[in-house]
Design a protein around this ligand. Structure first.
Ligand SMILES: [Ca+2]
Ligand SMILES: [Ca+2]
Length: 166
């Protein structure tokens, strides 16, 4: 009887764990990700993510980048072409790249994965929004914020339940 109770508890815990991302989102680490099959400007993409309780994705570690490369590679066939906005910008100050959600600078000290390698930040006055494409192996590049691309939303797993996983 006690064993049954434990099994029942385990099943409910597992069910709970699998339900911590909304439909259509993929879970990795503490986040849920969704590549959205709508082509939109960067600003429109941000609004759309907000409507889903999310933000444009921020890639703050090599591990997160590696996950997204694998995830996007796996689903790229559904996106023509596989080009996605993510949540970095330098439109507030040219050459000063920040993650929109956290306002964290993308600097020589923080993780980055710029196309061409190195930590030098791209400076192009009419390209102020961050994107990744399959053609560049999902490395980061700046582009014109008014162009229309697919985009990646990210939200905290469990956020709707108010539970913080340490
Ligand atoms: Ca992130
Ligand atoms: Ca720029």
């Amino acid at each position: 009887m006690a064993l049954l109770a434990v099994v029942a508890l385990l099943v409910s815990v597992l069910t709970f764990c699998e339900a911590d991302c909304p439909d259509g989102f993929s879970k990795h680490g503490g986040s849920c990700y969704k590549a959205v099959r709508i082509k939109a400007t960067w600003a429109e993409s941000d609004v759309y993510c907000h409507s889903a309780g999310a933000d444009l994705a921020t890639i703050e570690t090599a591990e997160e980048q590696h996950y997204l490369e694998g995830h996007l590679s796996a689903i790229a066939g559904a996106f023509d072409p596989p080009q996605f906005w993510i949540g970095g910008e330098d439109f507030a100050e040219e050459g000063t790249w920040v993650w929109l959600k956290s306002k964290t600078p993308i600097s020589a000290q923080s993780y980055s994965n710029w196309i061409g390698g190195g930590s030098s930040l791209p400076i192009t006055f009419d390209e102020n929004c961050l994107m990744v494409t399959r053609d560049s192996g999902y490395k980061w590049e700046d582009n014109n914020c008014d162009d229309h691309y697919f985009f990646i939303c990210e939200k905290d797993a469990y956020a709707d339940l108010g539970i913080i996983i340490g």
